[in-house]
Write a protein that binds this ligand. Sequence first.
Ligand SMILES: [Zn+2]
Length: 306
Amino acid sequence: MKRILFSLLLVNISLFGFDYHLKPQKVNDTTWCFLGKLEAPSKHNGGFMSNHCYVNTGKHYVLIDAGGTYEIAKQAYEQMQKIADLPVSTVILTHEHDDHWLGASFHKEKFNAKLVGVASINKNYDKNSKTRMFRMLSADAIKNTKIVKVEQEISEPTTLKIDDTSFQIIPVGVKAHASEDLFVYVPKNKTLFSSDIVMNGRITSNRDGSVIGQLKAVKMLEKMDFKNLVPGHGFDTSKNAMNETKQYFTLLKQRVLEAIENEVSAQDITKVVKMEEFKNKALYDELNSRNVFDAFNELEFYEEEE
Ligand SMILES: [Zn+2]
């Protein structure tokens, strides 16, 4: 019986395609975001598990991140057309994790949008790369999705002016969530897009990141004068959106260093440092122990800077 249900489910998906029922969330008068599920990518969510945002610049849309697949990007754009039917001029890609940028293959194909972002996308992927999304999603969910190239690599603070809106693109400069991370600030309405430096409602994956780099990046974000902060994952886009991330990395550093001081070994660290305050957050069981273990390796020989 289970088998029959399972094959029926597959038939449904392949007959009708994925409909994500995407709803843009209004952040302010010119900004809308598609806020993905607080899950890992799966056949079930079709890769809709990261945030991407549209900024209306008058005659165009500028995007911060692009969604995880061509299909997600396409359905999101169709929703935005109902609000204002504008072409996409530019897509800013904040880091190299594929749930944030593979969707740009839609904006490239449909609008020849300019792709601006981290150099690590060009360094680490080529047109034959089979990234995580290609491996984890159904053929139907990933169809039409292609690896795209960043056309303007950002390695220092850069301002783009599109129509009447300026976008300040700021690289963190050290490994934080990934080897390179950008955040984006729109002074016109004081909106800050943090990329995956900030998440809320879920545990982050720090597998490519650094506790010390994350804390440095949080400090950089705190210096900005913002009314809204849009996280890379999570639904809170308020002024307080950064609180969880700041608390998580501050406590993680403090507790792991304390355990090292008390000669706790690598194999025991996840039994000693559990980050209980976060145990009800999404993905705690999947990601927290790994973050603690990686933090131990990073901090084992760490010396606080003066
Ligand atoms: Zn992400």
